[in-house]
Design a protein around this ligand. Structure first.
Ligand code: PGA
Length: 251
């Protein structure tokens, strides 16, 4: 049985004071959540704060991006080793905002995934289709090409140390969630794709759903057989909402 994981993606939100309140609010409610994992992916400057507040608690932390390069003259970039200096467990890779706004290609995402793994970080590979692609019936093709690019680069065994997040672009921050059935269909397809390469890895792979997951829809989404947790944007900025989603993962 796969454990559920609920991970917050704070995006470019926060500040030292607000973060402390939010993290303390989350910590106040996580003690009784057994049999699932909780994490927050925070902006780079707040990794030290996350480490200091969360060390020794059940909440893990991570980053939202990393460089594909190990070190060097790459102004503005942050390496996997730097994330390790702050004891990150997770790092998001290929979030649709990185792909769409910053031009990250499947090939670059695969390099970042490999860099994270090589440093012992757990990459959370984000995949998902746009509304136009869904309307054109291309959802499974798009998602499977995004997965394939990483599979080709690192091999299927690497997915034993990774997480996948299915995030339909049209559902992110829009209040428009995929129905549980729509999400389940894609999650099952992702698992089947991995299973064609290695059934055991596929069986153990956590596949999260992301895109306007809220307390009101989390129970239904997290009740689907191939939805192993959530990647939470907006609702992760409100401790009560984030905790409600975490509780939905243990029901
Ligand atoms: P959302 O964002 O929950 O605000 O839709 C999810 C994400 O982008 O990871």
């Amino acid at each position: 049985m796969r454990q559920k994981l609920v991970a917050g993606n704070w995006k470019m939100h926060g500040g030292l004071k607000a973060n402390l309140q939010l993290l303390q609010g989350v910590l106040a409610g996580v003690a009784d959540l057994k049999g699932m994992s909780v994490a927050v992916c925070v902006p780079f400057p707040y990794l030290a704060q996350a480490q200091s507040v969360l060390t020794g608690t059940p909440v893990a932390w991570g980053a939202q991006n990393l460089s594909e390069q190990p070190q060097g003259a790459f102004t503005g970039e942050v390496s996997a080793a730097m994330l390790n200096d702050f004891a990150c467990k997770y790092v998001l890779v290929g979030h649709s905002e990185r792909r769409a706004i910053y031009g990250e290609t499947d090939a670059l995402v695969a390099e970042k995934f490999a860099a994270a793994l090589a440093a012992g970080l757990r990459p959370v590979l984000c995949v998902g289709e746009t509304l136009a692609q869904r309307d054109a019936g291309q959802t499974i093709d798009v998602v499977s090409a995004q997965i394939e690019a990483v599979l080709k680069r690192v091999g299927v065994a690497a997915f034993a140390d990774a997480v996948v997040a299915y995030e339909p672009v049209w559902a992110i921050g829009t209040g428009r969630t995929a129905t549980a059935a729509q999400a389940q269909e894609v999650h099952a397809a992702i698992r089947a794709q991995i299973a064609r390469a290695d059934a055991k890895v596929a069986e153990g792979l956590q596949i999260l759903y992301g895109g306007s997951m809220k307390p009101g829809n989390a129970v239904e989404l997290l009740g689907m057989p191939d939805i192993d947790g959530g990647l939470i944007g907006g609702a992760a900025l409100v401790a009560a909402d984030f905790l409600a989603i975490c509780r939905a993962a243990v029901q």
